[in-house]
Design a protein around this ligand. Structure first.
Ligand code: KG4
Ligand code: ZN
Length: 354
């Protein structure tokens, strides 16, 4: 077929999501942008907030409880029944295994009941292909995926061919934002609140490290940065008996500036490596994905780096950058439109892209 309507299901972390996406192909290659008929997401932040992070057992139970509802919502919003869907795509890894299993089992039931093919999708591939769904970006392009669980600079060469140019060697940047928020008593998820506090702060007051900056390559590290913030916090608290609002703002601003600089400079290195690999591209593209892409100052840093390197920077709308099922439906559609036959679907806690 050269046009497909796909139901996507995602439950690998703390969003229970379902979406209906229509995709078409030319010459066996999907052509974006896709038509998003619905994109339903039930978040779980409220369930995990008290624990300062995602609790796998609670996440799995919430997914199991709400997967049927979110699928119903997605079909309703799309205004179609299951009969009008050509196939079901589900995240089958990587992720928290309880959530992945819940989604896979729900999808198997739906596909079996409706007599539709089922395709298992790699969650990271969903993120990687999002710029094609949202903006119709052509292969090849460079992707920076920065979320609570991942940090990778990937050359997306073609469907199924992903070359990792750099990745974090410890924490993901979103994880670092969340941990810094926790140590400053700012709640979960921490990214948005750290960004708000940073806006009132002085980024120059604390000198935080820029890890791995002097090393060649595009690998990143954020764990030492997090520890440096912790030490600065303890020094202040000891010296003056507590933290003032001003201190929290300055710590957030200093931390955020360090993350922005590391991401921008490592992304610039990846852009150079990408250009060496594809010297003939008239307008190379770097696209952002992952929840951390919401951060305005990180975006600004990346935009500046892209301009300096002659790249166009593309940031899909935030609801497609954070975890969602439209990206899973799209990735499934790309595989099916390329003529692949769906095989057995099993849940995989680990599943690297390359
Ligand atoms: O992609 P995402 O929704 O979920 C996964 O991790 O897969 O990303 C969530 C992460 C959290 O760690 C959150 O703190 C971070 O993205 N985040 C931000 C901002 N908004 C969300 N980090 C920095 N600045 C933000 N404005
Ligand atoms: Zn994700």
């Amino acid at each position: 077929a050269s046009e497909l309507t796909i139901l996507g299901i995602e439950s690998s972390c703390d969003e229970t999501a379902a979406a209906v996406v229509r995709a078409r192909a030319e010459g066996g290659v999907a052509r974006g942008p896709g038509q998003i008929l619905s994109n339903a997401v039930f978040g779980q932040e409220d369930l995990h907030a008290a624990f300062g992070g995602v609790v796998p057992e609670i996440a799995a139970r919430a997914h199991a409880e709400r997967l049927d509802l979110v699928v119903r919502r997605a079909l309703e919003e799309a205004g179609i029944g299951l009969g009008a869907v050509d196939a079901v795509a589900v995240t089958s890894g990587p992720g928290l295994i309880g959530g992945v299993l819940s989604g896979v089992m729900a999808a198997k039931g739906i596909a079996l009941g409706a007599g539709k093919p089922l395709i298992g999708v790699n969650h990271l591939e969903g993120h990687a292909l999002t710029p094609r769904l949202s903006d119709g970006v052509d292969y090849p392009y460079l992707l920076l995926l920065a979320s609570g669980g991942h940090c990778q600079l990937i050359a997306v060469e073609r469907l199924g061919s992903y070359l990792r140019l750099g990745s974090t060697i410890d924490d993901a940047p979103g994880e670092a934002f969340d941990k810094v928020a926790k140590m400053l008593g700012l709640g979960f998820p921490g990214g948005p609140e750290v960004e708000r506090r940073a806006a009132e702060g002085d980024a120059a007051r604390f000198e935080f490290p820029r890890p791995l900056m002097d090393r060649p390559g595009a690998d990143m590290s954020f764990s030492g940065l997090k520890t440096a913030v912790l030490r600065a916090r303890d020094r202040l608290a000891e010296g003056q008996g507590g933290l003032y609002r001003r201190d929290v703002a300055d710590l957030c601003a200093g931390f955020q500036a360090a993350v922005a600089e590391v991401l921008a400079s490592k992304a610039a290195r990846a852009m150079r490596a990408f250009r060496d690999r594809y010297p003939g591209l008239a307008q190379p593209v770097i696209a952002l994905a992952g929840g951390v892409a919401a951060n305005t100052s990180l975006r600004a840093g990346l935009d500046a780096a892209a301009r300096a390197e002659g790249f166009a920077a593309i940031a899909p709308p935030l609801r497609l950058c954070t975890d969602n099922a439209a990206m899973i439906a799209w990735a499934g559609a790309e595989h099916l439109l390329a003529g692949e036959h769906p095989g057995a679907v099993s849940a995989r806690p680990r599943w690297p892209l390359d």
